[in-house]
Design a protein around this ligand. Structure first.
Ligand SMILES: Nc1ncnc2c1ncn2[C@@H]1O[C@H](COP(=O)(O)OP(=O)(O)OP(=O)(O)O)[C@@H](O)[C@H]1O
Ligand SMILES: [Mg+2]
Length: 232
């Protein structure tokens, strides 16, 4: 088991109100799995992703990542764990606009203390892997949406994380570029990477091997959902 969430609750405090967002979420992911989490807008997908990605902590519940209890860790411990274990891909790429593709991809290696020359070599290799070896010195404004997302994927994998965590990775892309991203995820997963992908698009979710659904902060497996609809 690469990760395990047990009875996770997340509330946001809004002035006098408490907004409950995640309600008793429990699930686990095996090493090498490819999982999609679906759900409507506002259902808590990004909130859940932030917790899985150690960007935020739950209000209560336990989170084990690679067997280690993450709950109650300090921010600096969390960022160490995050840098080592998780590669992020976002809907809007989150690339630094003034840096070239190869500089963007090399950046996470700077934080983990890799020497300059090796940073560049590894960034080049990651860009080659996503088919962008001919775009090393291009800035984000000089790249298409699909190319920007492939740079972001190269940046996510350059540290060789255990888990690739993607929040609506195809949300800003046309169908063809979205499919290219799905091809890359499939290849990375076949090479052993655990992939967790958040999407509201059923066609995109279908690329994963297991689909879960979150509605109003409650997570269920897709099979349970079908059962629910049949009962109606
Ligand atoms: N920092 C915050 N403070 C207060 N409420 C928040 C905060 N972040 C999120 N929420 C609330 O939590 C709920 C879930 O938000 P979240 O971003 O997880 O949804 P989502 O499923 O990712 O939606 P989308 O598909 O639109 O991205 C929303 O109702 C939102 O208003
Ligand atoms: Mg979201």
């Amino acid at each position: 088991m690469i990760l395990q969430l047990e009875h996770i609750y997340k509330d946001y405090n809004q002035e006098k109100f408490v907004v409950p967002v995640l309600k008793d979420v429990s699930f686990s992911v095996e090493e090498g799995e490819y999982v999609a989490i679906m759900g409507p807008s506002g259902s808590g997908k990004s909130t859940l992703m932030n917790i899985i990605g150690c960007l935020d902590t739950p209000t209560s519940g336990t989170y084990f990542l690679k067997g280690v209890d993450i709950s109650g860790r300090s921010d600096s411990e969390m960022s160490k764990i995050r840098n080592k274990s998780i590669g992020f891909v976002f809907q809007n790429f989150n690339l630094l606009p003034k840096q070239s593709a190869v500089e963007n991809v090399a950046l996470p290696l700077l934080y983990s203390g890799v020497p300059r020359k090796e940073r560049r070599e590894r960034a080049k290799a990651a860009l080659e892997k996503v088919g962008l070896e001919d775009r090393l010195e291009f800035k984000p404004t000089q790249l298409s949406g699909g190319q920007k997302q492939r740079v972001a994927i190269a940046r996510a994998i350059v540290t060789k994380p255990d888990i690739l965590l993607a929040d609506e990775p195809t949300g800003a892309l046309d169908t063809a570029s979205g499919l290219q991203v799905m091809e890359l995820f499939k290849q990375l997963n076949q090479e052993g990477m655990t992939v967790i992908m958040i999407t509201h698009d059923p066609d995109i979710a279908a690329h994963a091997h297991r689909v879960m659904t979150i509605r109003d902060g409650i997570l269920s497996s897709a099979e349970e959902e079908e059962f629910y609809y049949e009962e109606e």
